[in-house]
Write a protein that binds this ligand. Structure first.
Ligand SMILES: NC(=O)c1ccc[n+]([C@@H]2O[C@H](COP(=O)([O-])OP(=O)(O)OC[C@H]3O[C@@H](n4cnc5c(N)ncnc54)[C@H](O)[C@@H]3O)[C@@H](O)[C@H]2O)c1
Length: 276
């Protein structure tokens, strides 16, 4: 997608961190922006920042783990702007802890916000994006942990959902290639956001808020990416990737080794197979 001006973007998890930064970046390209978040006050805060810049913007409360709420979001955004050109399925949460002690409620929370949300987003928005016939782009936020489990320890449920987001994006990229709708999957390493405190917005039905890990304690172990990027830098990478319809968006050169190590182990299995 080359032309951003006057077009419309919708960003889930737009009230904070990477979602807020993408919203600001789209606004600076002249787009209208719909900000959806489970934290309506945060979404309204970003909407107000955009309105102050003279950008057409709305804030919507939406729990992306609910198909009904994502459908209602699509109705609200198409109702307000008439079309959607960029869909960012970005909201995400992490639950720290080994898989052996991950509870059914933990799985439901992480799976709902990180994976089901992407499915719901695509199902609610894509048919109308195709129908409008103006092209567009979908950005799904995964993680470097969606390309290699070596990116962090004690985040097994996160890794599982983020791998799946990569798979959906790869397939969708191929499927939509001829329709003028691009697809990218954002796979960042560390970014300065509130993700460590993701438990602040865990719904009561799934156990309610969880306190963040103690300051200075890295729950993901020594393999976690070391550099923490400004989300604005990541947002600029996203805009560039939309322009070039680049499938994978990686952000940290030092995370390359983790991906290589995983694929080398898979290739070694093929080598062993060929040797008999
Ligand atoms: N920050 C990092 O280092 C990093 C690295 C890799 C991937 N990511 C991914 O980036 C995405 C954005 O996270 P962030 O780092 O900006 O964190 P953040 O916590 O600053 O922002 C996440 C936003 O998602 C919202 N949210 C949480 N649950 C929701 C729900 N059920 N429905 C709707 N909104 C919900 C939160 O209210 C918040 O505004 C996530 O998918 C995350 O997994 C982050």
């Amino acid at each position: 997608m080359q032309n951003f001006k006057g077009r419309t973007a919708v960003v889930t998890g737009g009230g904070s961190g990477i979602g807020r930064a993408m919203s600001l970046a789209f606004a600076s390209e002249g787009m209208n922006v719909a900000i959806a978040d489970i934290d309506i006050a945060a979404a309204e805060g970003v909407r107000d920042e955009l309105l102050a810049l003279g950008v057409r913007s709305i804030a919507a409360h939406c729990n992306v783990a609910s198909r009904e709420e994502v459908d209602a979001l699509a109705d609200a955004v198409f109702g307000e702007f008439g079309a959607v050109h960029v869909l960012c399925n970005n909201a995400g949460v992490v639950r720290y802890g080994p898989l052996k002690s991950t509870t059914p409620a933990d799985w439901e929370w992480v799976n709902g916000v990180n994976l089901q949300s992407v499915i719901y987003g695509v199902q609610a928005f894509l048919p109308r994006m195709r129908e409008q016939g103006e092209g567009g782009h979908i950005v799904n936020t995964s993680s470097i942990a969606g390309l290699s489990y070596l990116a962090g320890e004690n985040i097994g449920s996160y890794v599982a959902t983020k791998y799946a987001v990569v798979g959906i994006s790869e397939d969708l990229h191929r499927e939509l290639e001829k329709e003028g709708i691009g697809v990218s999957v954002l796979c960042p390493g560390g970014v300065q956001t509130r993700i460590l405190d993701a438990g602040r917005n865990r719904p009561a039905a799934l156990g309610g808020p969880i306190a963040p890990p103690p300051r200075g304690q890295d729950p993901t172990g020594e393999h976690a990416p070391q550099t923490s990027l400004d989300p604005a830098v990541v947002a600029r990478m996203v805009v560039a990737a939309i322009r070039s319809n680049q499938l994978y968006i990686v952000t940290h050169p030092e995370t390359r080794v983790m991906v290589a190590e995983r694929f080398e182990a898979i290739m070694a299995a093929f080598d062993a197979l060929e040797k008999g």
